[in-house]
Design a protein around this ligand. Structure first.
Ligand code: ADP
Length: 467
């Protein structure tokens, strides 16, 4: 842990570089470790504005809340994390502490036991002692992961950027997702030429050349399922597609849809589609769509099947023109969990694989990520060569780490020192890549055993390659 002087230096560095996310996150972590809880909370909130979906930040913020006995706020911060299948056991333990603080011993017990069954090392003797009884079948497991006690208020800073266009979005009652105007376009997406081309044909041309498409009886609209390893750039690509098209962008998270009350999730979904229809042309982006579109045969609860049926109905629209100009992009790391009904024509009928970047794409991503930084002469290809298995999100981590180090050096030197190739090479040593290899192994299992319909043909050469 840092001493007070070190902490002061970190505070100063963060003050000078308020947009440096890793630095702010590091400062928040140090404040939390030293027990400066109010200040840690403020830092995490500020970091969340920069990275609204960052799981580490949400977890840190929740811990700061729990330790200040702000249990409701902690649950609100944890809720999007708990909604994702396979959330970290540490998050489960935090949720248990918050639930216990709220007096909900039963659900706290469920969360705690579920967490330690997955990772016994997160056990907390004090918490275990306070949870008097083990869980009983009466309260059961959540119908969908993380559904109960969904909080109405999203954590601070969920909105993404300021609208670049002057036109005000049209709101819809009951829709919590926000309309964004994306400032990205395809030029901001490095590599992925095949994927961009596929989206251009499917999404952009029908809107840019409606007459031609109408001549063949085709309308603008419909959907694409983007799938691939986490961090490979699916969200980035969707946002860029919206910008390329000059369309509104709605980034729908699970927290915008899932609700503990029966019928409410369906209502939220309907309101979200309505929001997109009233703001067309619009790209409606569903992240982690496997949680909303799971195979109905896998479901134990009738009302979760209801949600899938509602999703299918919204994609089909009440009439032919309902979804004209609404492009649904859905992303998942686990496409094999998505109900096959979504692949029918007019729905998410084209699965598009977003692959991990090859060396040339990695160099291009690095070049893009560094473009607004003070730079020495750079050899991005050299960095690309030593970052095998790194996806876009990992490369962003490398650049952020290198910038953080450079900033500290610049503060000591009292003048800006440009970023250089050795800085990136050193940072690459300290960043562990996301689990692309593990993802490929899982994907191989699924596509080798269930590719009857040919849906995963595009993935075949990738999973057969050596990782
Ligand atoms: P996913 O949605 O697949 O998990 P993201 O779209 O969130 O991944 O990617 C994480 C970050 O990585 C993005 O915000 C972006 O900064 C960077 N990134 C990923 N792929 C690319 C790319 N092809 N070009 C430029 N930046 C990229």
């Amino acid at each position: 842990m840092l001493d007070d002087a070190g902490l002061q230096a970190l505070r100063e560095a963060a003050r000078l570089s308020p947009d440096n996310l890793p630095l702010r996150q590091h400062l928040a972590g140090q404040l939390l470790a030293k027990g400066y809880l109010g200040e840690a909370e403020a830092e995490y909130r500020a970091a969340l504005v920069l990275a609204p979906k960052d799981a580490g930040i949400m977890t840190g913020l929740a811990e700061a809340f729990v330790r200040q006995s702000a249990y409701g706020a902690a649950l609100a911060a944890l809720e999007p994390l708990l909604a994702a299948p396979g959330y970290p056991p540490k998050v489960g333990v935090l949720a248990a502490r918050a639930l216990l603080g709220e007096g909900d011993t039963a659900r706290a017990g469920y969360r705690y036991h579920e967490a330690i069954s997955r990772d016994p090392s997160v056990g907390d003797a004090d918490l275990a002692a306070r949870l008097s009884a083990p869980p009983t079948p009466t309260y059961g497991a959540p119908a969908l992961p993380g559904q109960p006690y969904a909080a109405a208020t999203p954590p601070a800073g969920q909105a993404y950027g300021a609208p670049a266009h002057p036109s005000a979005p049209t709101p819809v009652d009951g829709a919590t997702a926000e309309i964004e105007r994306s400032r990205l376009n395809f030029a901001d997406v490095a590599g992925m030429e095949a994927v961009k081309e596929s989206l251009r044909v499917k999404l952009l041309l029908p809107i840019q050349q409606p007459d031609l498409f109408a001549a063949y009886g085709k309308r603008a609209g419909g959907g694409v399922l983007l799938y691939g390893p986490p961090g490979a750039g699916k969200t980035h690509l969707a946002r860029a597609a919206a910008g390329e098209l000059g369309a509104s962008f709605v980034n729908v998270g699970l927290a915008d849809i899932l609700d503990m009350y029966i019928g409410s999730s369906e209502r939220n979904l309907r309101a979200t589609f309505e929001l997109a229809r009233r703001n067309r042309p619009c790209v409606l982006f569903f992240d982690e769509v496997d949680a909303l579109a799971a195979r109905r045969s896998d479901m134990r609860q009738a009302h979760t099947r209801q949600l899938v049926n509602q999703f299918l109905a919204e994609l089909d629209g009440v009439d032919q023109n309902a979804n004209e100009g609404v492009l649904v992009l859905a992303a998942t790391n686990a496409p094999w969990y998505v109900d096959v009904a979504f692949r029918r024509p007019g729905r998410l009928d084209q699965p598009v694989f977003v692959p991990p970047p090859d060396p040339a794409a990695r160099a291009a991503i690095l070049r893009l990520l560094c473009r607004d930084k003070p730079l020495a002469e750079m050899d991005f290809d050299a960095v690309a060569r030593v970052t095998d298995h790194f996806v876009g999100a990992d490369l962003k981590g490398v650049v952020d780490r290198a910038v953080e180090v450079k900033l500290q050096q610049s503060i000591s030197a009292g003048r800006p020192i440009p970023l250089s190739t050795p800085d990136l090479l050193a940072a690459a040593q300290s960043v562990r890549p996301t689990a692309v290899r593990e993802w490929m192994a899982t994907a191989r299992n699924y596509v080798m055993h269930s590719n009857d319909s040919g849906a995963w043909d595009e993935l075949m050469p990738w999973v057969k390659a050596k990782w």
